[in-house]
Design a protein around this ligand. Structure first.
Ligand SMILES: O=C(O)CCC(=O)C(=O)O
Ligand SMILES: [Fe+2]
Length: 317
């Protein structure tokens, strides 16, 4: 495995239940600029809810492959990504908003012999909480940009955002000797923000500007938030959508829940009120970027070679 730093990255931990003072806002802005990652605590999602989601997720992902393949990638539903698409050790189930109950039910109706309303209700509760949390986080991020951005822009620019959840399951090889394998290859997220719940196995890494990989540590009760491509563009590059990946070093399975909060497809993304410097991205339609990513990867998940810079950077040469 290539160069990586032995000590985990020190990132700000934001207490989301408290108003932030100006020094915390400065620290957070700096982290979003340098790394595009930070941690949050007191987010109001109970341990019980996570335990329940993990239990459902493990049950679903331990179903026979034939059953899971009815959900995708070749079926019309396309909610399941099997092993060997993103990596040999990764599979994933998607639940989309705004009606998380119905989205989970559409998959559940195919997977289960009997209805499983507890699963659908749990997904509905989690999706709703994640939407609220995304809003709360976005308002804080707008405050970081200063100049009354939170009151000026939240409703008009982010009021139509939507979210979807990916339940990611990692199963490292059990039969060979290895120091580390890549569970999910290097990519950036196509979101405005991503909220991630990882389990104690850990293994999430971010790529530093000098090319070194650094661990994002796991801490019980905390969530990881990262900036996605759409917000990097909207913030005129003030926030960074960093390349990241998952490395598996232990022979234990790993589960993560990644919630992606995104602009609506029809949204024209233009950085607002750019005073001190020129816009570095041309205005573009959100849906056009999503299509660009999907086509350039030839359907291979979002294992990204191309980023927002390849798509929309203004050529100043
Ligand atoms: O599983 C993780 O920790 C990260 C997942 C991720 O980066 C993604 O789903 O985009
Ligand atoms: Fe990601």
């Amino acid at each position: 495995m290539d160069d990586y730093a032995k000590t985990p990255l020190q990132l700000p931990l934001i207490d989301i239940s408290q108003p932030l003072n100006s020094s915390s806002l400065t620290t957070l802005s700096q982290a979003c600029r340098d790394w595009g990652f930070f941690h949050i605590k007191n987010h109001g999602i109970s341990k019980d809810l996570y335990t329940k989601i993990c239990m459902f997720s493990k049950n679903i992902l331990s179903l026979p492959l034939d059953t899971k393949l009815k959900l995708g990638p070749s079926s019309s539903l396309k909610t399941y990504t099997p092993h060997f698409i993103a990596s040999p050790f990764f599979e994933s189930l998607r639940v989309s908003g705004p009606d998380y109950y119905s989205s989970a039910k559409r998959s559940g109706d195919i997977l289960f012999e009997a209805p499983n309303p507890e699963f659908y209700k749990t997904m509905q509760e989690y999706g709703k909480k994640m939407m609220e949390l995304s809003k709360q986080i976005m308002i804080i991020l707008l405050k970081c940009l200063g100049d009354g951005f939170d009151t000026k822009y939240y409703e008009s620019e982010f009021g139509q955002c939507h979210g979807y959840l990916r339940i990611n399951s990692y199963s490292p090889p059990g039969n060979i000797e290895y120091e580390a394998v890549e569970g999910l290859g290097m990519h950036t997220d196509m979101s405005c923000i991503t909220i991630l719940h990882q389990d104690e196995v850990g293994g999430l890494q971010v790529k530093a500007k000098d090319g070194k990989w650094i661990d994002i540590k796991y801490s019980e009760g905390e969530l990881v938030v990262n900036i996605g491509d759409l917000l990097q563009a909207w913030s005129n590059g003030k926030f960074r959508s960093s390349q990241h990946r998952v490395v598996l070093r232990k022979p234990s399975n790993r589960l993560s829940l990644a919630f992606f909060w995104c602009f609506e497809d029809e949204k024209m993304i233009v950085a607002p009120d750019v005073v001190e410097k020129e816009r570095i991205y041309r205005p573009f339609l959100c849906g056009d970027y999503i299509r660009f990513k999907v086509i350039s990867e030839k359907g291979r998940f979002d294992k990204v070679k191309y980023t927002i810079d390849d798509f929309a950077v203004v050529d100043t040469a």
